[in-house]
Design a protein around this ligand. Structure first.
Ligand code: AMP
Length: 449
């Protein structure tokens, strides 16, 4: 099937072509015609399936007819996190280049003044996180009575984050005869209840999970001890033609300490997690996108929606506690047809988590044996930290550098002795839900478009 078969306007087809896509993904092929027919839909689709374009494209088509009115957005897209909201806004920019549509982004952490100003001027599309929207609504800055199209994206994540009461409140303020599109990776009972209450005669669409169908991602697990993880990771980073990598850890403290450790070993790495202020996160992402660093250590929330082109590798430093997060994390590589590799480090503590991941993906991950073999699996982190060069050089397989090595960042320099410190013990706090550490486009500091 081609995009042209979906009945999109020529302007939209041009924008899709310019974005480099020729064929709709299954969720796009199924959802776009339904949305255009003004049907409500429930779509079971994960990040990585192309679901964003499946509502953005027909919305542009629908919204380019009609008029903006001050303070009365014509459509509303609810996103659980700021970074997802930003990503949807980027999609509107990309696909809406040939249309005169105005959007506003209502997200926490940015000046409210600009957002209110944009609303006052009238917007076709309002993209918001529930918290900030409620805030503005309660201050009387926004009217939802003109909003005829509502998208609830990542509904199950909204549930995890405690946003369902806000969403119910918002739904009640919208006109009852609106069109509602609900996207969710899973359908737990509270989401089913929400759909029963606020959608009318919805078309049910379900597409396969990207990780279970994405044969572009070679996935492995690597058995190691808890203390051998860093060494195992370094070996993989050095020997697997890593060009760009995102390394996920379950805790913010692990993210920080791991990044420091990688830098001590000379890797060009950066970090992104919820404890950083917005400008530091922006700066770090920018460095990763520009290629100043080629390794980004991230806490879990970044797994949702982080869409950086050409990530060759994803490493799970810890097996994620929630198996769904595995799918999201691994989906950061192998994007849009490119090949990717994903490695999950499995220590005894990860046993239950990896079992759950394998249950979800439907098959055991193949075991990857490190060339350093047993060495990496032994609890020698303390030693490695004291004498990194010696140790890692020995475990490095001997081979000629390949082309990809040349492209690697100025990594692997000898760390200075003064930098070889043991990290502080890691704390046990998981990353708070709702923290934002995803991609930020340049326009974010303007906050309203
Ligand atoms: P999403 O599930 O919306 O997060 O999209 C996942 C990725 O797929 C993004 O990088 C999109 O740019 C990309 N994408 C969207 N539509 C297509 C398509 N028709 N063909 C190939 N890639 C696509």
């Amino acid at each position: 099937m081609k995009f042209a078969d979906l009945g999109l306007t020529d302007e939209l087809l041009k924008a899709v072509e310019a974005a480099g896509y020729s064929e709709p993904t299954p969720i796009q092929a199924q959802a776009i015609p339904q949305v255009q027919m003004m049907r409500d839909i429930i779509a079971i689709a994960q990040t990585g399936t192309g679901k964003t374009a499946s509502f953005v494209l027909p919305m542009i088509d629908i919204l380019h007819h009609g008029r903006r009115r001050a303070r009365m957005p014509r459509s509303l897209i609810l996103e659980p996190t700021r970074e997802l909201a930003v990503q949807v806004a980027e999609n509107f920019e990309k696909y809406g280049v040939n249309h005169d549509l105005k959007m506003a982004l209502l997200i926490g952490g940015v000046q409210m003044g600009d957002q209110v100003k944009a609303l006052d001027e009238g917007v076709d599309v309002l993209i918001a996180t529930p918290g900030r929207l409620m805030d503005l609504f309660e201050r009387g800055k926004i009217l939802l009575t003109g909003c005829e199209l509502l998208v609830i994206d990542e509904a199950d994540r909204m549930l995890d984050m405690g946003f369902i009461p806000d969403i119910e409140f918002i739904c009640e303020k919208l006109p009852p005869n609106r069109q509602t599109l609900l996207f969710s990776a899973t359908m737990p009972p509270p989401i089913k209840k929400l759909a029963d209450r606020f959608l009318s005669n919805p078309k049910y669409i379900e597409v396969a999970r990207p990780a279970s169908t994405n044969t572009n991602i070679a996935q492995h697990k690597v058995f190691t001890s808890a203390r051998g993880k860093r060494e195992a990771l370094r070996e993989l980073l050095r020997t697997d033609d890593v060009q760009t990598a995102i390394i996920f850890a379950n805790r913010k403290t692990t993210v920080r300490e791991l990044n420091k450790s990688l830098q001590r070993y000379g890797f060009a790495s950066g970090e992104i997690h919820g404890d950083m202020d917005q400008s530091s996160r922006l700066a770090e992402l920018d460095r990763f996108k520009k290629g100043d660093i080629n390794i980004l250590v991230a806490s879990d929330v970044a797994a949702r929606g982080l869409d950086v082109k050409g990530v060759s590798h994803v490493f799970n430093f810890d097996t994620p506690w929630h198996p769904d997060d595995y799918v999201h994390r691994v989906g950061r590589t192998g994007r849009a047809g490119a090949k990717g590799r994903a490695f999950t480090l499995v220590a005894p503590d990860d046993a239950e988590a990896i079992e759950n991941v394998e249950k979800l993906t439907g098959s055991p991950l193949p075991v990857y044996e490190l060339a350093g073999g047993k060495e990496a699996a032994e609890p020698k982190e303390a030693k490695a930290e004291k004498a990194p060069r010696e140790k890692t050089e020995r475990s490095k397989p001997k081979r000629e550098p390949r082309e990809a090595d040349a492209r690697r960042k100025p990594a692997q320099a000898e760390p200075r002795r003064s930098e070889r410190r043991r990290p502080d013990p890691e704390d046990d706090r998981p990353t708070e839900p709702g923290e934002w550490n995803g991609p930020v486009p340049g326009f974010l500091n303007l906050s309203a478009l």
